[in-house]
Design a protein around this ligand. Structure first.
Ligand SMILES: Nc1nc2c(ncn2[C@@H]2O[C@H](COP(=O)(O)OP(=O)(O)OP(=O)(O)O)[C@@H](O)[C@H]2O)c(=O)[nH]1
Ligand SMILES: [Mg+2]
Length: 400
C-alpha cells in the first residue's frame, strides 16, 4: 500500500493542472469551477537519493524509476473535486468530496496565490489567499466536529456511569479518520480536558475536532500560480504573517511543471521532474523560446517548479516518512544485493516494523537486521533512519 496524497482546494486553483503535471494524466483542466467531478487517482513520485552507487551497484527498481542516481518512489495522488464553503452541509459537491478525503494520508492544499479567483473559484481580482487557507481548515474542522458530536451523542445514549469509555466510543465514530482510542485519549488530555464529555463546552468540542483533524490530515500549502507577480507579493506577505506559522508553504507553478513535462514528452526539452533547470533540445519558435525563458527564470528563482517539492514536503516533512532500502550485507554478487526496492515507512519505524511491512512471515521469523553500510547487527527494536540499507535476517522467507 503506497501513501496517498490528496490535492484539495476550492475550484479553479490548479489542482488538475498540478495532478496532470505530477502524474502526466489527462484530467480536464479549465478556467471554470468544477471541471473535476470524480476524484482521479494517479501515480506520482517522491525523490530519494539512490543508495546503490554507494555499494558500487546498479539498481533495477521493481517500482518507480531511477534517473541519474535519484529514485522516484511511487505515491498515489488524488485529484479531489473543488471544495466550496458549506461543503460539510452538502454545498457544492459536499459530502462526496469529504468522503474522498478519508482515503488520503496527507493533503496538499492548492491555493491560488495570484488572487484572481474568488472563494467559489469564479474570476476576480485582488482576492486574499488567506481567506482560502482559513476556509479550508474551517470546513474540515466543521466536518470533523459533526462526526465528533455524533460520537458524543452515541456515547451518551449507549452507556451510563462507570462503564462509559469516551475515547473508545469516539475512536469508533472517528474510525474513518484512522485514529486509535489511545490517540483520542492523548488529544483529549493534551487539550486539558477531562475524560468526560458532559464536562465539555462547545469551544472544547471545537478545539478537539481541530486537533484531531490536524493529526489525521496533516497538510502542505501549495502556493500555486507563483508565475504571476500578484502571487509573489501575496507569498511574501502570508509567509511573514505569524497567524500562518503552523503551516508549511511551498511556492509552485503547476503551469510551468505541466509545460516542461509536455515539452519533454515531445522532445523539445530534456527535463527531470523536480530539477531546477532543463536543456532545450530542438528548434523552437520565438514565442516558445520566450515561454521557456520565463520558466527558466522561475526555476532559477524558486529552485524548481515546486510540484515535486510539494509532494516531498507532504511525505517527508509533514508526515515524517522515511525511505528504507532492503539490502544484503553479502556484497554485490548476492542476488539480493541488487537494489530493487525502496519502501516508504512511517516515522519511528523499527527493524521489526520494516520486516512486517515487507511480509508478515519475515516479520514473524525476524531474528535481527544488518545495517549494510556499517555491517553491524541491529536489533528488532532499532529505530531506522531515512535512506538506511537494511538486510533482514529471518527464519522465514516470504512466500510470494
Ligand atoms: N498562471 C497560472 N495559472 C494556472 C496554474 N495552474 C493552473 N492554472 C490555471 O488555473 C485554471 C484552473 O486550473 P484547473 O487545474 O482546472 O483547476 P482545478 O483546481 O482543478 O479546478 P476544479 O476542477 O474546477 O476544482 C486553468 O485555467 C489553469 O490553466 C499556474 O501555476 N499558474
Ligand atoms: Mg480540477
Amino acid at each position: 500500500m503506497s501513501y496517498r496524497i490528496g490535492l484539495v482546494g476550492k475550484p479553479s486553483v490548479g489542482k488538475s493542472t498540478f495532478f496532470n503535471a505530477a502524474t502526466m494524466n489527462d484530467v480536464p483542466e479549465g478556467a471554470y469551477p468544477f471541471t473535476t467531478i470524480d476524484p482521479s487517482v494517479g501515480e506520482a513520485y517522491v525523490r530519494v537519493p539512490c543508495a546503490a552507487p554507494e555499494f558500487d551497484e546498479t539498481c533495477t527498481p521493481s517500482v518507480g524509476v531511477c534517473a541519474d542516481g535519484t529514485r522516484f518512489v511511487p505515491v498515489q495522488l488524488v485529484d479531489v473535486a473543488g471544495l466550496v464553503p458549506g461543503a460539510h452541509e452538502g454545498r457544492g459537491l459536499g459530502n462526496q468530496f469529504l468522503t474522498d478525503l478519508n482515503e488520503t494520508d496527507v493533503l496538499v492544499h492548492v491555493v491560488d496565490f495570484s488572487g484572481t479567483t474568488d472563494i467559489e473559484g469564479e474570476p476576480t481580482e485582488g482576492h486574499d489567499p488567506r481567506e482560502d487557507i482559513d476556509f479550508l481548515e474551517e470546513e474540515l474542522d466543521a466536518w470533523y466536529l459533526d462526526v465528533l458530536e455524533k460520537g458524543i451523542d452515541k456515547h451518551g445514549t449507549r452507556y451510563h456511569g462507570a462503564e462509559a469509555v469516551i475515547e473508545e466510543d469516539l475512536a469508533e465514530q472517528l474510525s474513518a479518520f484512522g485514529i486509535t482510542k489511545d490517540e483520542v485519549k492523548q488529544v483529549i488530555l493534551a487539550e486539558g480536558l477531562e475524560l468526560d464529555a458532559d464536562a465539555w463546552e462547545e469551544s472544547d468540542r471545537e478545539g478537539l475536532a481541530r486537533e484531531i483533524r490536524k493529526r489525521t490530515k496533516p497538510m502542505v500549502v501549495a502556493a500555486n500560480k507563483m508565475d504571476t507577480p500578484e502571487a509573489q507579493r501575496n507569498f511574501e506577505e502570508i509567509t511573514a504573517d505569524p497567524d500562518y506559522d503552523h503551516l508549511t508553504f511551498v511556492p509552485a507553478s503547476a503551469h510551468a511543471e505541466k509545460a516542461l513535462k509536455n515539452a519533454a514528452e515531445t522532445g523539445v526539452v530534456e527535463y527531470t521532474a523536480g530539477e531546477d533547470d532543463f536543456d532545450v533540445r530542438a528548434d523552437v519558435s520565438t514565442d516558445q523560446a520566450d515561454g521557456l525563458d520565463r520558466i527558466a527564470t522561475f526555476l532559477d528563482e524558486y529552485g524548481g517548479t515546486g510540484v515535486q517539492s510539494c509532494l516531498e514536503a507532504a511525505i517527508f516533512d509533514v508526515l515524517g516518512c522515511i525511505a528504507v532500502f532492503p539490502g544484503s550485507a553479502n556484497g554485490p554478487k548476492d542476488e539480493k544485493g541488487v537494489f530493487r526496492d525502496c519502501f516508504l515507512l512511517p516515522e519511528d519505524s523499527t527493524t521489526e516494523d520494516f520486516a512486517f511491512h515487507i511480509h508478515s512471515d519475515i516479520g514473524e521469523g525476524l531474528l535481527h537486521g544488518i545495517d549494510c553500510r556499517s555491517d553491524r547487527q541491529v536489533s528488532k527494536s532499532h529505530e531506522l533512519s531515512h535512506r538506511d540499507v537494511i538486510e533482514l535476517v529471518s527464519t522465514k522467507q516470504a512466500i510470494a
